[in-house]
Write a protein that binds this ligand. Structure first.
Ligand code: SF4
Length: 507
């Protein structure tokens, strides 16, 4: 834990988020006179920065780089700091605001000052500048919808949030494409549907989703499907006056279910909902070790239009390390099987910044994917959640064991362009390697519409299954959520309560 001392708690979230963008492995906490301290380590920890909001100026003292080096490399080969070192550790920055305190302009100007001070401290800049917690494409889309020109939108991203020229161009490009793709959807009269199957063949090292090894739940899958069917029937009733635009079955790995279980689920789904207006029906086949010809045929026969076969990497050592428990050859075979069965829209997911992977490894993965020629490629930048097995792995092996760089991002972007794909959605997560973004690339007529909807929050998404979150988007721009419990046994037991939660949100 890294302590931030301040005389006020204002901008606490932004300060912590920007600091974490520079030091992803940190867990910064603010200590101010009015802070509610629940963890005594905050009182005892050495501060990495001190912030003082005065009448006419704000002073910032940063010890970040010294603290970071101590943590990652040890103190100058084990020799403790002398008095001279102490002086070198501290860097002071002063800001004299021109904006009135309490205004959005003041907050934005403070964020620029704080971000630029950290740039100087670390000798680096971030691709998305000081943007935290806001989706860049949502800013661009909203400004365009308000009638702002492209130049005005670009200027806002660059000057207010210090976003790089390349990322500004990417955000604008995607926002324009998203608007075009979503133009055929029913925003107010329509909705989309998500179903979560929380089982996988094994648990990946980096997993932060609701997922349990199928082997441990084999005997209760029937009960899970029974509860899900109950939720399907109730949700269909709730939405019977609305138009269903897209359907997405994810998880977990839906193809962890047997062919018979998949057939049972899809039959129920199609009999409960009106599929006549559905523009896209996706199933995340995901793990190659869960895919069989029989299951693929069940999906196709039940109208699934789009699937994902996700390698994450085509380097066997990394697959072994991250616990995927399948081979590169299995990925290739699963993909070719899906083509043979008749799927004409297949996405592949990869992750950049995986432990130990170099630019050459990513270039190899891209070449192997190009040889398969998928219809879409989703490029994730590794996000490390502390609770994941990967979080613990990094604690043991050090933060430098995983890395994503501009060069690596460029290799993936070039690979997508070589396959005649364009970027069509983008989102950022906390704790991303290199502080980059996740980008969905696709051939022009093979976009994953649901992926845009979940990020841009333009339409209600009814979500069913353990761990799923329903998002209600209302005509007055209100967005409300209700969650289903993550635990499978609890979900089965409390299914009526899950249904009631959804009913209250929607009605
Ligand atoms: S396949 Fe996806 S959901 Fe399943 S364990 Fe791996 S990361 Fe988690």
């Amino acid at each position: 834990m890294q302590v931030i001392k301040s005389n006020k708690t204002q901008f606490e979230y932004d300060i912590q988020a920007i600091l974490k963008s520079f030091y992803p492995e940190w867990e910064p906490r603010m200590l101010a006179p009015d802070s509610e301290v629940r963890d005594r380590r905050i009182l005892e920890g050495e501060p990495v920065m001190e912030l003082f909001f005065g009448e006419d100026e704000v002073t910032l003292e940063l010890f970040c780089e010294a603290a970071h080096k101590e943590k990652t490399k040890g103190l100058r080969n084990g020799i403790f700091a002398t008095e001279e070192d102490e002086k070198e550790k501290k860097h002071s920055y002063i800001w004299q605001p021109q904006e009135a305190a309490g205004t959005p302009e003041y907050k934005n100007a403070f964020k620029r000052f704080f971000y630029q001070s950290l740039c100087e401290e670390t000798g680096t800049t971030l691709p998305w500048g000081n943007l935290t917690g806001i989706r860049p494409t949502k800013i661009a889309m909203t400004m365009m919808e308000q009638g702002k020109s492209e130049a005005e939108t670009a200027d806002y991203l660059k000057t207010t949030h210090l976003v790089s020229a390349e990322k500004t161009e990417l955000a604008l490009d995607i926002a324009k494409r998203e608007r075009e793709i979503l133009s055929t959807l029913h925003y107010e009269d329509g909705y989309s549907l998500y179903l979560g199957i929380p089982f996988c063949p094994t648990t990946c090292l980096y997993c932060s989703f609701t997922s349990y090894p199928i082997s441990a739940w084999k005997k209760r899958v029937g009960e899970y499907l029974h509860a899900l069917e109950k939720e399907i029937a109730a949700t269909a009733e709730l939405f019977r006056d609305k138009i269903l635009d897209t359907v997405y079955i994810g998880g977990g790995t839906p193809t962890s279910l047997s062919a018979e279980e998949l057939a049972r689920l899809l039959t129920k789904l199609k009999s409960a909902f009106d599929f006549s207006s559905v523009q896209e029906f996706t199933v995340e086949a995901g793990r190659a070790d869960s895919i069989t010809e029989e299951k693929l045929r069940v999906l196709l026969e039940n109208g699934v239009t789009r699937i994902s076969v996700n390698p994450q990497t085509m380097k066997q050592e990394t697959l072994d390390l991250i616990g995927r428990r399948h081979t590169v050859e299995q990925v290739e075979e699963a993909f070719q099987l899906a083509r043979k069965v008749g799927f004409t829209n297949i996405n592949m997911d990869i992750i950049l910044g995986l432990p130990g992977e170099t630019a050459a490894d990513v270039a190899h993965t891209i070449e192997a994917i190009k040889a398969l020629s998928p219809d879409a490629l989703t490029v994730h930048s590794l996000a490390v959640k502390r609770a994941s097995k990967l979080g613990k792995w990094i604690e043991e092996h050090g933060a430098t064991a995983y890395n994503n760089t501009e060069e690596i991002m460029e290799i993936a972007a070039r690979g997508a362009a070589d396959m005649e794909m364009v970027p069509y959605y983008l989102y950022r997560q906390k704790n991303m390697s290199g502080n980059f973004e996740n980008v969905g690339y696709s051939k022009r007529d093979k976009y994953g519409i649901y992926n845009i909807l979940i990020n841009e929050e333009k339409q209600t998404i009814a979500a069913l299954g353990a761990g799923s979150i329903t998002k209600g988007v209302f005509p007055d721009d209100r967005i409300e959520r209700c969650e289903n419990v993550k635990d499978v046994a609890q979900y089965i037991e409390r299914i009526d309560e899950m249904i009631e939660r959804k009913r209250l949100l929607i009605k």
